[in-house]
Design a protein around this ligand. Structure first.
Ligand SMILES: C[S@@+](CC[C@H](N)C(=O)[O-])C[C@H]1O[C@@H](n2cnc3c(N)ncnc32)[C@H](O)[C@@H]1O
Length: 432
């Protein structure tokens, strides 16, 4: 079969699979509120197909004004999250598998995965909606054809070239230092707020044309023009203050442009491959409502930690703790001030700790002496009809003893959740 025939078969098959998926019920999710959610902000931990089905079931069809996706790039590599505990000579580095980008059935398998999701995203986009699909030269030519199929070739808006500096240079070709962001709209009546950029004058000198505003900065004289489709934005480098250790993290400045240009204050912005949560963080900063989904626990913990307690949202998940390799016990003391809770006897499978460590011996020593160093998340939940997170902490170095208000009723169920830096989860229930 020729490549063209394979492609045609893949698209038609994806269209059918998407139709079948849309006929199915959404899987049940456990939902829990964080920081008293008031709007429609949602985080999903799970396959994005399930997240999208759940959204459709909950009435989000045709309501998202902007979707940005930055899926795996068909790179043939698997990606990690770097975590370090301790400092100086005692620093221990771990690399966790964050997500896979290896495709044993090849390119059409990968393209099929994306195509199915694009058909579903089309359903969620509003009539004013725009999608940004972030890929690179490995697949941008195929992605353009897929988007022509899903959205229609007359809905193509832009191909943004994100140009950046990074380590490594091409020896037998020009160095590949750009990504491609393909932009399509759902209809011809889409949101677009033009952005401005500086255009430096020749010789950096003022032109003094009549009715043209000119500005001077440390580089020289310039005017402001409508932004072009080649964007020079710095990557999140090793020393960047934005860096959260999630490989393939995208810069906030890139998402700032996308969100400003293609959404308004009342818009809902979605990212179904959210990774470290850059889109969500920038959407929140710009007063947008947002929906994020990822099937990696590291992604969801990283994104939630980046949001801090500034953002209210509902988390949807199906945490599986059956074969968890982490355990702990809880001691509760009622004092005159309230309830003092201590997390004790934390145990984590030793193999897990030593396997990915830069120094297995030190890793084991810390496990014996201070296992709480391995805890990346501690959350306290009140469980009634609905789960509500009442306190939460993110690593590193979370205190394992804390006070809770003495406002709990006998019938309240309180659940304590720990997540270690490897993404293992354990929960314990407290009596009211
Ligand atoms: C390139 S990263 C996204 C990076 C992100 N833009 C950022 O700034 O950090 C791709 C993400 O897609 C997620 N992913 C891959 N397949 C998925 C699926 N089927 N459902 C949900 N998430 C998925 C991976 O876990 C990974 O976090």
């Amino acid at each position: 079969m020729s490549r063209a025939q394979e492609f045609h078969k893949m698209i038609e098959n994806s269209r059918l699979v998407a139709e079948e998926i849309l006929d199915k019920d959404a899987p049940a999710f456990t939902s829990e509120s964080h920081n008293r959610p008031t709007g429609e902000n949602r985080l999903y931990l799970g396959d994005n197909i399930h997240a999208m089905l759940s959204l459709i079931e909950d009435g989000f069809k045709g309501r998202l004004d902007l979707v940005y996706i930055d899926p795996p790039f068909f790179s043939g590599s698997d990606y990690r999250k770097r975590i370090s505990i301790g400092k100086g000579d005692d620093e221990l580095v771990f690399y966790n598998n964050a997500y896979k980008d290896t495709w044993k059935d090849g390119l059409m398998d990968y393209l099929g995965m994306i195509s199915i999701r694009l058909f579903l995203i089309w359903e969620l986009l509003s009539e004013k909606g725009t999608i940004y699909v972030h890929v690179d030269s490995r697949t941008s030519h195929y992605m353009r054809l897929i988007l022509d199929e899903v959205f229609g070739e007359n809905k193509f808006l832009n191909e943004i070239i994100w140009s950046y500096k990074s380590g490594g240079a091409g020896r037998k070709s020009f160095s590949k230092k750009h990504d491609n962001i393909l932009v399509y709209t759902k209809t011809k009546d889409f949101i677009f707020n033009p952005l401005k950029e500086k255009s430096y004058n020749r010789g950096m000198k003022p032109y003094r044309f009549k009715n043209v505003l000119e500005y001077e900065d440390e580089i020289g004289w310039h005017t402001l023009v409508n932004m072009k489709d080649v964007w020079n934005v710095d990557m999140v480098g090793r020393t960047s203050s934005e860096r959260v250790g999630y490989e393939t993290q995208k810069p906030e400045a890139l998402l700032q442009r996308i969100i400003k240009a293609s959404s308004n204050e009342d818009s809902i912005v979605g990212d179904f491959f959210m990774g470290s949560g850059t889109t969500i963080k920038v959407a929140e900063k710009n007063g947008r409502r947002w929906i994020g989904a990822d099937n990696s626990i590291h992604s969801v913990v990283t994104c939630a930690s980046r949001l801090g307690d500034s953002a209210g949202y509902t988390l949807f998940h199906n945490l599986d703790m059956e074969d968890s390799i982490i355990d702990f016990s809880v001691d509760v003391n009622r004092t005159s001030e309230g309830i003092c809770v201590s997390i004790e006897d934390i145990s984590i499978d030793k193999n897990f700790i030593t396997k990915n460590s830069s120094d297995p011996e030190l890793a084991e020593k810390i496990l014996k002496e201070k296992p709480s160093k391995y805890i990346d998340y501690l959350g306290v939940y009140r469980v009634n009809i609905h789960r509500e997170c009442i306190r939460e902490w993110y690593g590193p170095e979370i205190e394992m003893e804390f006070d809770l208000e003495d406002s709990f009723q006998k019938e309240d169920r309180i659940v304590i959740r720990l997540i270690d830096i490897f993404g293992n989860i354990a929960e314990k229930e407290l009596e009211g």
